[in-house]
Design a protein. Structure first.
Length: 289
């Protein structure tokens, strides 16, 4: 069937949404006991272990000439994860998730200034709408409060993710998606070692299990996103990522008694419309983180 690849892409993104929601819950369960840098290290380490059999069967994917950019990307990815983990530990899960959706908006604006892409009227309107959504969600952080720092860290994570995606727009011209996934894991582990040692606290057996699960899910998540964007058009695949929000909100309510506020849903809705409009004008497939 002609639509089979598109349906597969949709199913994969639903799978990604479930993985991402599970990831957020695991971080919250570990919060306060395991430092974000340690979680970042174990995520990369267990992710690399999970992907080693795949890499060994396909050694050709490791061929690259862009070691510096791989290292830069991995360093930014580590920082984005640490900021995200700290945000998930200190702010409502749904709010942090909603702010993370703003990354494509930042990518669009960054591409105008750094990659000389032409801003079209619809995309300018979409970007403005997305920024309004971010401001709505960040309103509690602007007036202070216990969750202010965590919400700003969520925004920092989104900005770093956007920077990574801009780098990928350049790297994607010469590097395949599989190569990008493999080298992201390979380079992140040594970069995360020293900060992890500095902040190290030995996890319990249960915590080791959660960390191993998170690392494996993170690696699977990258592969699934990569494959989804290969099979489906960006206009179809990108908006599907918003399935994460209701899943995260439901799990946060059931497990931690968190109720997503009206500002989170209004802001997320504005960002969703913004990304959907952007995706409808996309002419090329997006790159995975």
């Amino acid at each position: 069937m002609r639509d089979k690849p598109a349906m597969t892409a949709i199913v994969l993104m639903l799978f990604v949404a479930i993985i991402s929601a599970t990831d957020a819950v695991i971080v919250r369960l570990l919060a306060g006991e395991i430092h974000p840098f340690v979680i970042g290290f174990t995520r990369a380490g267990f992710g690399l272990l999970a992907m080693l059999p795949w890499m060994m069967k396909r050694p050709h994917i490791l061929k690259t000439k862009r070691y510096g950019l791989h290292a830069l990307r991995a360093g930014l990815k580590l920082l984005s994860l640490v900021a995200l983990f700290a945000a998930l530990a200190g702010a409502p899960l749904a709010s942090v998730t909603a702010i993370g959706f703003a990354a494509p908006v930042f990518v669009t604006v960054g591409a105008w200034f750094l990659l000389a892409e032409q801003p079209r009227p619809l995309r300018i309107f979409s970007a403005a709408l997305g920024f309004v959504g971010v401001v709505v969600i960040l309103k509690p952080a602007m007036v202070g409060g216990a969750t202010a720092t965590a919400l700003w860290l969520a925004l920092l994570s989104a900005l770093l993710v956007a920077t990574i995606q801009l780098i990928l727009k350049v790297m994607g011209r010469t590097e395949g998606a599989e190569t990008l996934v493999a080298w992201n894991l390979i380079t992140m582990v040594p970069l995360a070692v020293l900060p992890a040692i500095y902040f190290w606290t030995t996890p319990t057996l249960l915590q080791w299990g959660l960390l191993a699960l998170q690392g494996s899910l993170g690696a699977i998540n990258q592969v699934a996103v990569t494959r989804a964007f290969q099979l489906g058009e960006a206009s179809l695949v990108a908006p599907m990522d918003f399935l994460r929000l209701p899943l995260v909100a439901a799990l946060a309510y059931m497990l931690f008694g968190e109720v997503a506020g009206l500002a989170t849903w209004v802001g997320a809705s504005l960002i969703f419309v913004s990304i959907a409009l952007m995706a409808s004008t996309a002419r090329s497939k997006l790159s995975p983180e």
